[in-house]
Design a protein around this ligand. Structure first.
Ligand code: PLP
Length: 412
């Protein structure tokens, strides 16, 4: 198989870090993606031509910063298929988005005796937030288990989502296994009894065409840095009626309408949930990232990743002692392969791969409840994105074979 076989030209030259290190095999995009030159340039251009504090000044430069910020919001909302850009609230990323929902919505809408449901696949950002909300208000916290190939057990979910369930919080795509969830079905199950469906899209937005309106979720959270954008910017799209019924998350500048001595009133959306000086640089950089992804086409991005993942799964299956976790088909997962290799500790294995310039993640992937269910403490995870090629997969497989030989020579 050649890199061209995936339908993309080799994109490494668009990514300064990868272009500067031709020997580097970056297979950790589920942790964070590399950034194309277009994103770096957009940030530089913003600071060189439009930097001021947005919303605060009557002068033209402040207007330029305000336009840059809200223009970015409109572009990102369109990319994610949200009809109402003012319902896209910028945050630092998915972690802050889920905390915003659990705090600003959860504390007033979930009560003692209610039920909160998550799945066994969740990242801690979408697990601990709801676990702790449930503990704080005295609600019941229930976890939907998985089928043997790492998919959410929808039959069990139908039983778990009872009349007293207020929220079903679930990921679009698992960062640890790559499993793509049936979002529409999970939404149907939640809505059938009047619960809200909040989706952690940290691993969905970078890899799949999201279509917020069609998915039907009540909230969709995402992180810019996993989708070619800068760190420190992300957001959550929330249905307007839910935002209207939510208390502010943080207090301060920009989110205020009037402040009286005894109480205050709140600005309109999206400002009500964006207290303080915003991350304009991040928003502008993320808008450039979604333009880059749009130019590639999200269907092409997906096709590229399925091809690479299928090839990786075929190649990994030829390595004796390698145990691959997650869905059996490449179509059922995003570009993630999570595995163990014989007795080699995942941390040792990733250190050995690093010697060959291969960057993979080893550990529990912020999914300890999932690791426990899989009866492991950690796995090695390789994750693919637009700049990866079949040659990267070949390099991974060759280095794994080498590590296996070295390990066995060492332990006898
Ligand atoms: N949810 C999932 C599925 C993730 O993969 C991650 C990051 O790895 C997060 C949430 C947290 O994202 P961030 O660290 O960008 O807030």
């Amino acid at each position: 198989m050649s890199a061209g076989g995936t339908g993309f030209r080799d994109l490494r030259s668009d990514f300064p870090l990868l272009a500067a290190s031709p020997e580097l095999v970056y297979l950790d995009s589920a942790a964070t993606s590399q950034k194309p030159r277009a994103v770096l340039n957009a940030i530089r251009e913003y600071y060189a031509t439009a930097n001021a504090n947005p919303h605060r000044g009557a002068y033209k430069l402040s207007g330029a910063a305000t336009d840059a910020y809200h223009g970015a919001r409109r572009e990102i909302a369109r990319f994610l298929g949200a009809a109402d850009p003012d319902t896209l609230i910028f945050t630092r990323g998915t972690t802050e988005s889920m905390n915003l929902l659990a705090t600003a919505w959860g504390l007033t809408h979930v009560h003692r005796g209610d039920r909160v449901v998550v799945t066994r696949l969740e990242h801690h950002a979408n697990f601990v937030t709801w676990q702790q909300l449930a503990r704080a208000v005295g609600a019941e916290f229930r976890i939907c288990e998985l089928t043997p190939d790492g998919q959410v057990d929808l039959d069990q979910l139908r039983l778990l989502v009872t009349a007293n369930t207020r929220v079903v919080a679930f990921g679009h795509v698992s960062n640890a296994l790559g499993t793509i969830n049936d979002v529409r079905e999970i939404v149907r199950i939640a809505h059938a009894i009047g619960a809200v469906a909040f989706c952690d899209g940290a691993q969905g937005a970078p890899h799949l065409r999201v279509g917020f309106e069609q998915l039907g979720v009540d909230a969709y959270a995402f992180s810019g840095h996993k989708m070619l954008g800068p760190m420190g910017i992300g957001g959550v799209i929330v249905r307007r009626r839910i935002l209207d019924a939510m208390h502010p998350y943080q207090f301060g500048g920009d989110m205020i309408e009037f402040v009286f001595d005894g109480d205050s009133t709140w600005n309109v959306l999206p400002h009500k949930f964006e207290a303080g000086t915003p991350n304009v640089e991040g928003a502008v950089g993320l808008a450039a990232a979604v333009r880059y992804l749009d130019a590639l086409g999200m269907d092409a991005v997906r096709a590229h990743e399925v091809t690479l993942t299928r090839y990786a799964m075929e190649q990994l299956a030829t390595i004796e002692g390698l145990h691959l976790f997650g869905p059996a088909s490449a179509e059922a997962r995003s570009g993630v392969v999570s595995f163990t290799l014989g007795d080699i500790h995942p941390h040792d294995l990733s250190t050995m791969l690093d010697v060959d310039g291969i960057c993979v993640r080893a550990g529990h992937h912020c999914a300890q409840p999932l690791m426990r269910a899989l009866h492991v403490t950690s796995t090695v995870r390789a994750s693919f994105y637009v700049y990866n090629t079949a040659e990267d997969v070949d390099a991974l497989v060759a280095s794994l074979r080498k590590a296996q030989v070295r390990f066995h020579a060492h332990v006898g």
